[in-house]
Structures are given as structure tokens and as C-alpha cells.
Design a protein. Structure first.
Length: 87
């Protein structure tokens, strides 16, 4: 395994930077999903959510993964109710 050291300005949040890097490497196929989530120190939901652009309609349809008040089933139900997709 290789080690990379990055000096970040004080106003950067380490977690967000790692999530961004991991997301980009995952999208490029350089890391597996497990490797990317391990690097980011988060969940796959957080990784996928972070890779969506702010104007992506999917991002507006789902709540932030940091909102832990809803279960996966509740999120799916809310998504079905708010969309025209029939499941």
C-alpha cells in the first residue's frame, strides 16, 4: 500500500476532502466500493450522495445520508410517494 500526505488549509474539512477523493477514485474505477468507503471513512450512501451534483434530480429526491432519523425503508417510501415512478 502507498501513503500520500496532503497538507490542507485549516478551513478544509478532512472528512469532506476524503469523501471527495474517494468518490472520484471510485467513479474512475481506481477503487472498489469497499476501498472507497474505507478511504472516506463513511458509508456507501454517503459516498454515492457526495458524488451527485447539486443539480442532479436524484439528489433533491433523497435526504442527506447524515440524516439518520429515517430508515432505508422510510426513505424508499418517501421517494415512491414523491415521484411519479410506480413500483
Amino acid at each position: 500500500m502507498k501513503t500520500l500526505t496532503i497538507n490542507l488549509p485549516e478551513d478544509f474539512e478532512k472528512e469532506k476532502v476524503l469523501l471527495s477523493i474517494a468518490g472520484q477514485l471510485y467513479q474512475q474505477g481506481a477503487l472498489s466500493a469497499k476501498q472507497a468507503t474505507d478511504l472516506a471513512g463513511g458509508t456507501m450512501n454517503e459516498l454515492v450522495y457526495s458524488t451527485l451534483s447539486d443539480d442532479d434530480p436524484l439528489k433533491s429526491m433523497i435526504s442527506s445520508p447524515s440524516d439518520n432519523t429515517l430508515s432505508f425503508e422510510d426513505r424508499a417510501e418517501n421517494l415512491k410517494k414523491s415521484s411519479s415512478i410506480k413500483v
